[in-house]
Design a protein. Structure first.
Length: 200
């Protein structure tokens, strides 16, 4: 989810587990032992160009999402790092959806997330790196990303059409640059929705 990073390879305890991962890609869950693991992220095909190296600890019987957020380079406003999120993939009703929003846009302020023209507030004041869950009726929505205000009626910076199925858990990453530079690698702001679990 880093908007200026190249495609990357991901190593777990010295072994490649994901290769040539582009911006916005979400892998299937990987099964790993419950312990501390050494994680390294490198430029794809170039194991000597490491953009992150460090420990990540996971617990037993727990689902996690690990998102690479931030920016690479000396001028980065937000450092490149893995954001470790514990997932709630528990059962959700057949007419309901569970939606998590993750703020991964390094140049965006805190945001409110609304639907139905602003009448429904899904998330309030989500800072960079922040996340949260909401359960909503399974339906088609136009989701608005707004600047954070006390009344949740800030200017809409982007809106996206999202279809949510019943009995399903989703994560939506608000990622990319609100105001990208002219660099070819810079990715523009987008809402990237991944299905985490289905109980149908």
């Amino acid at each position: 989810m880093s908007p200026n990073a190249p495609n990357v390879d991901v190593y777990l305890d010295g072994s490649a587990v994901l290769e040539d991962v582009p911006f916005g890609a979400v892998s299937d869950y990987l099964t790993v032992s419950a312990t501390e693991h050494d994680v390294e992220i490198t430029a794809a095909g170039d194991p000597d160009t490491s953009v992150f190296s460090g420990p990540v600890t996971v617990a037993a019987d727990t689902d996690y999402t690990i998102a690479a957020i931030g920016e690479i380079g000396e001028q980065a406003d937000q450092p490149f790092e893995p954001l470790v999120l514990e997932d709630d993939n528990s059962e959700v009703g057949s007419n309901q959806s569970r939606l998590r929003v993750v703020h991964a846009s390094p140049d965006a302020p805190a945001v409110d997330v609304t639907a139905a023209g602003g009448d429904v507030v899904l998330f309030d004041g989500v800072p960079y790196g922040g996340s949260g869950y909401a359960e909503v009726e399974a339906n088609d929505y136009t989701v608005q990303i707004r600047g954070d205000t006390d009344s949740n009626d800030g200017d809409v910076v982007a809106d996206f059409d999202v279809s949510l199925n019943g009995g399903t858990v989703y994560t939506a990453f608000a990622a990319g640059y609100l105001t990208p530079d002219d660099e070819p690698a810079d990715e523009s702001f987008d809402l990237l929705v991944a299905q985490d679990a289905s109980h149908n």
